[in-house]
Write a protein that binds this ligand. Structure first.
Ligand code: CU
Length: 184
């Protein structure tokens, strides 16, 4: 018998032995309750639906919900923006911090959003996230969140129309153009 043949025979015997041992172990230690695996939270995908609409009492644009919970992993966010079309010349309109660096607006992907209609942004500096939300549109993006924690988001667009001018009203009132995404 050549050395190579001998090696093949030994390898074959070992392979059979491993399979038999695995079977013995399965019989000896059946998993309790039929559960064979636990689900890792890092593999989950969370879905968040936000709307931007005009608050009937204050007349200010408002994200809803402003505060929400997600799981670690991929977070798919959809923003339905009912606010009016608004031009923001010179806006920081590059999409940042999303999966593939894109957001879709009414189904079309963008890396940079035209300034002609950017009513609001959804920005989380701690995650390097910047997403633009044009008025009268549906925006969607995915952000991969590796760590648990509380992440403050806010709108960078000067959309305030109340006391304090463009940085007042909804920009400076909790729950309108700012809030918290809690990741666990
Ligand atoms: Cu805004």
């Amino acid at each position: 018998m050549k050395d190579q043949d001998y090696f093949n025979v030994v390898a074959g015997v070992l392979a059979v032995a491993v399979v038999v041992m695995a079977g013995v172990l399965l019989v000896a230690f059946p998993s309790s309750g039929g559960t064979t695996a636990t689900t890792s939270t890092s593999g989950q995908t969370s879905y968040v639906n936000l709307t931007v609409s005009i608050n009937a009492t204050t007349g200010w644009p408002q994200y809803s919900p402003a505060n929400f919970d997600v799981s670690q992993g991929k977070v798919v966010v959809t923003i339905t923006d009912h606010d009016a079309v608004a031009n923001w010349t010179g806006c920081p309109c590059a999409v940042k911090g999303t999966v593939n660096g894109v957001e879709t607006i009414n189904g079309t992907p963008y890396n940079t959003v035209p300034t002609a209609n950017v009513a609001h942004t959804f920005s989380i500096p701690a995650l390097g996230l910047n997403v633009l939300s044009p008025g009268q549109s549906v925006v969607s993006f995915t952000v991969d969140v590796a760590n648990a924690g509380s992440f403050s988001w806010f709108c960078m667009s000067p959309c305030g129309t109340g006391p304090g001018g463009f940085t007042g009203g909804p920009m400076s009132t909790s729950g309108y153009m700012n809030g918290t995404m809690t990741v666990s």
